[in-house]
Design a binder for this molecule. Structure first.
Ligand SMILES: *Cc1c(COP(=O)(O)O)cnc(C)c1O
Length: 383
């Protein structure tokens, strides 16, 4: 079945006999036992709830996984995932990582006895060099946030398989519509469902998707024990958001490409990072491992003042954290998503005071470009 059909019909399981076309929101904490020692399949909503199950089965199908688990946020999903590791375990992670993941690893996972090496995973030898007997997993984000570096998932999967490591891929930026890491050899796909899957800047959610039965059972045990599950109503909002995932992404990607090209022509823009531009270092790998380049891009202005002015003057595009929704958002990584990373380390990764990140929404491309144009050049301040 085609991906866009799966988005609409998802799990397709019916939980009641009314014929409701939209899966009901089972707003119930607990479920009646039909008899002693008997269960309807649902006992208590922390363990499972029909609306959440419908969503999880939909996401598992979209990623081509055996099982998917829905969490209250993307960070809750990653925090739960870290519980499969034991003190002493070592993980190699992409250096240009989502700021929240970096913060979790540095301030919580390390306290719990895990150790990390952050490397440029676009070069497979960088991972190889850091392998230790205690290494248990490689954690990759691709394309990265905010520099849009692209890692060759199949190549890293080969290395992981040869060394008995788990490969975890954060697929938030591209979603399974454009990239299916499990098919490329990854063991765990994770999502901030807050972003493209939800798609409307209105709900927080997270997912873990796996192919292995025993890993799925372990994660289900951890999820029901630690309890960061997604609520029935938020599960329903995600089901609803996913119905339009394919059409949203097609349109958002097209607009992102137009904006990237426009930005390249502007004197005050010094660099544009978008994997869909042929001179982007990740262009060839992207063409090989994805079916699209997504709708996220970052760019560098000529000076800090231009960046600040742009943030203050955009009116249609909103200066706010997050991404992947129908509303276009612009962020200032050094002050927002990456504020917790020490300045020196951040600068070394190219996240300086001229770097802006744009999440392209569903507005008309002309309106978005007009907004950027007036923010960049408008007014008579002679700055
Ligand atoms: C937002 C985000 C997360 C964290 O997800 P939340 O839903 O905000 O907790 C993780 N990874 C990436 C790439 C993200 O963009």
């Amino acid at each position: 079945m085609d991906f866009s059909t799966l988005c609409v019909h998802g799990s397709n399981k019916r939980y009641d006999t009314t014929g409701a076309v939209s899966v009901p929101i089972f707003q119930s904490a607990t479920f009646v036992h039909p008899g002693v020692g008997m269960s309807t399949g649902f006992d208590y909503s922390r363990a499972q709830n029909p609306t959440r199950e419908y969503l999880e089965q939909t996401v598992a199908k979209l990623e081509g996984g055996l099982d998917a688990l829905a969490f209250s946020t993307g960070m809750a999903a990653i925090t739960t995932l870290m519980e499969i590791f034991s003190p002493g375990d070592h993980i190699i992670a992409t250096d240009d990582l989502y700021g929240g993941s970096h913060r979790l690893f540095q301030h919580i996972s390390m306290k719990n006895g895990l150790s990390f090496d952050f490397v440029d995973t676009t070069g497979i030898q960088n991972i190889e060099e850091r392998l230790r007997p205690e290494t248990k997993a490689v954690f990759v984000e691709t394309p990265t946030n905010p520099m849009m570096h692209v890692t060759d998932i199949a190549a890293v999967a080969g290395l992981c398989r040869a060394n008995g490591l788990l490969l975890i891929v954060d697929n938030t930026f591209l979603t399974p519509y454009f990239q299916k890491p499990l098919q490329l050899g990854a063991d765990v796909v994770l999502h901030s469902g807050t972003k493209y899957l939800g798609g409307h800047n209105d709900t927080l959610a997270g997912f873990l998707v796996v192919t292995d039965k025993s890993l799925s059972e372990r994660l289900r045990f951890l999820s029901k024990t630690t309890g960061a599950c997604l609520s029935p109503f938020d599960s329903w909002l995600l089901i609803r958001g996913i119905k339009t995932l394919a059409v949203r992404l097609d349109r958002q990607q097209k607009t992102a490409f137009q904006i990237a090209q426009w930005l390249l022509e502007q004197d005050k823009i010094k660099a544009v990072h978008y994997p869909g531009l042929p001179d982007h270092p990740g262009y060839e790998i992207s063409k090989k491992q994805t079916t699209g380049f997504g709708a996220m891009l970052s760019f560098e202005t000529d000076c800090k003042e231009t960046a600040h002015r742009l943030l203050e003057r955009v009116s249609l595009i909103q200066y706010a954290e997050s991404l992947g929704g129908v509303e276009s958002l612009i962020t200032y990584p050094m002050l927002q998503t990456h504020a917790d990373i020490p300045a020196e380390e951040r600068e070394a990764r190219g996240i300086g005071d001229c770097l802006l990140r744009l999440s392209v929404g569903l507005e008309s491309p002309d309106d978005l470009i007009d907004d950027l144009k007036q923010a960049l050049n408008g007014g008579n301040t002679n700055v």
